[in-house]
Ligand binder design. Structure first.
Ligand SMILES: [Zn+2]
Length: 314
């Protein structure tokens, strides 16, 4: 268990790393696990590790981006295909990289698998073969937000680190120095500080989306266009799901979780809301989320979704 705060203030963890060759990090998205791991990978490959065993951040190796470093292979689900799988072909392609693994201490090879829960079972089994007898100086680093979806045989071969999520106070302390404005987005980001930063950086987009939502059934379809999807359909759906949850919660219990600063406006439109239609719409939203990961025409799907949104108001 690594307390979230220690991720940024625990040189011991970085300096001791790694004791074994296969590591599995379990962390929620948006809490900065990828940054911690990038630091570890830089440390592993650094040509000039500092006296306290931290990466120097200046040598040629440290200056590479993780996904461009010749000694690192980064594997992730293919975001261009919007697919939620890591295929067996992606794992097979690693074999030439692994076979070339050198015995030299200064020529470490690292395979970094993000979203490891997206490994298909055949891909996971192919990976397992590599984990059973990893060549010298070859390291496997896996990151997942869904530990129970990782093959038990992979788990048993890994050193597992549970990265805890930060508390609200930890988030605020961290963001005070890093990104003051993101503090306002912490509720909306469910206390995930890096998601809050992404939201703060997209605040104009969020405002224009909320402006449409707040008009209730009288929003103008002219305002519904691809601009609303500027940060991707997932970002839009995520925001809308939270919006619908708040509308439903306010209608039933007069409570608001995500959009507390919009309480007055929510109160104004809540009289027009049909609770039953809200629940129906929530189901459609889940379907839209699934569709938006495929290659359908995103703007037509968005139009249809917003036409359905009108129906929650009576
Ligand atoms: Zn370095």
């Amino acid at each position: 268990m690594i307390n979230w705060f220690e991720q940024y203030h625990s040189p011991e963890f970085v300096s001791d790393f790694p004791k074994t060759q296969t590591h599995l990090f379990d962390a929620e998205n948006g809490i900065g696990a990828d940054l911690l791991i990038e630091n570890l990978l830089h440390k592993l490959l650094c040509e000039n590790v500092t006296n306290d065993k931290q990466p120097c951040n200046a040598c040629p190796s440290c200056r590479y981006l993780i996904d461009e470093h010749p000694n690192i292979r980064l594997i992730d689900n293919n975001p261009e295909l919007k697919s939620d799988v890591i295929t067996i072909d992606q794992i097979r392609e690693l074999s030439s990289f692994i076979e070339l693994a050198s015995t030299s201490e200064h020529d470490k090879k690292i395979i970094f698998i993000k979203n490891a829960h997206y490994l298909t079972s055949s891909a996971a089994n192919a990976l397992l073969k590599n984990l059973e007898e990893p060549p010298n100086n070859t390291f496997f680093i896996l990151l997942t937000s869904n530990l129970h979806k990782i093959l038990p045989t992979i788990r048993s071969r890994s050193t597992i680190y549970k990265l805890t999520s930060p508390s609200k106070v930890q988030c605020e302390d961290f963001l005070k120095e890093k990104h003051q404005e993101a503090i306002k987005f912490l509720d909306l980001a469910e206390h995930k500080p890096f998601l809050a930063i992404q939201m703060a950086d997209n605040k104009e987009l969020i405002n224009s989306i909320l402006k449409v939502f707040l008009r209730g059934k009288s929003f103008d379809m002219m305002d519904v266009n691809e601009n609303l999807l500027a940060s991707g359909p997932q970002f839009f759906v995520d925001l809308m799901q939270k919006w619908i949850v708040d509308l439903a919660q306010f209608k039933e219990f007069k409570t608001i979780y995500y959009f507390k600063n919009l309480q007055d406006q929510i109160e104004l439109i809540s009289n027009q809301l049909s609770y039953k239609e809200l629940l129906n719409f929530y189901k459609k939203l889940i379907e839209y989320r699934r569709l938006s990961e495929t290659t359908i025409n995103k703007s037509i799907a968005l139009d249809n979704l917003m036409i359905d949104y009108k129906r929650i108001f009576v």
